[in-house]
Design a protein around this ligand. Structure first.
Ligand SMILES: [Zn+2]
Length: 220
């Protein structure tokens, strides 16, 4: 067997990761191209990409969502499928969350007006959704504005449907901020253990004392 080429040795030393590829045109199948194995950050999600919407690592196509990842030590962004993005991002759950959030957003946006709005006598529009209160109202000069909970929109809108669309954006932004904060929180370890009750007539207190002696008196 011939010696490995210097490039391959360099690759081994650096611990960089190469993604497997089934696509013969794939840039990342080129042995001169090595991807850093960590430190990638997703810049945006591209839904339903047009043209050559294939994953640049595994070549999968057609693809519904491409994740555009960037790295400080790599000159171009790379576009990956969800499975390949999982392998490069620090949190392997991030790619799946991103896709699920995008789907959820598109669905809610499409049905925003058909939500369970309640219109008051004063023509205020109220909606309770995912723990948020949305209020759409007409201002004195005939424009429209809204509240998300107690936070007033910074702009007013000439048309009702503009305000409606802006209210969705504001609601979604608030919701995602909460969701992301929750995801960033470390998971509590489940330390509750159900212990069986001691049976029989053994002297449990004595055993406890002996155990404390075993550990050393500082634990007693
Ligand atoms: Zn892929």
């Amino acid at each position: 067997m011939p010696d490995a080429c210097p490039e391959a040795k360099r690759y081994e030393r650096s611990g960089e990761r190469r993604l497997n590829s089934v696509n013969p045109d794939n840039l990342y199948d080129d042995r001169d191209v090595h991807l850093p194995s960590s430190g990638w950050r997703c810049e945006r999600l591209i839904p339903f990409p047009e043209g050559d919407g294939s994953c640049q690592a595994c070549g999968k196509r057609p693809i519904r969502y491409l994740h555009e990842l960037r790295h400080a030590n790599y000159d171009k962004p790379i576009r990956l499928c969800t499975g390949c993005a999982r392998k490069l991002e620090a949190d392997p759950r991030a790619a799946r969350w991103r896709v699920n959030d995008a789907r959820d957003e598109a669905k809610m946006r499409a049905h925003w007006r058909e939500q369970n709005w309640w219109i008051s006598e004063n023509q205020n529009w109220y909606l309770r959704i995912r723990g948020f209160g949305v209020t759409l109202y007409e201002t004195r000069n005939g424009s429209w504005a809204f509240f998300i909970d107690h936070r007033q929109s910074s702009d007013t809108y000439d048309a009702w449907d503009e305000a409606m669309a802006a209210a969705f954006d504001a609601f979604w932004q608030r919701r995602m901020r909460d969701v992301e904060a929750q995801r960033a929180r470390p998971k509590k370890a489940n330390t509750k253990v159900m212990l069986p009750k001691p049976k029989g007539d053994r002297d449990w207190a004595r055993l406890d004392r002996e155990f404390a002696e075993m550990l050393g008196n500082d634990h007693a």
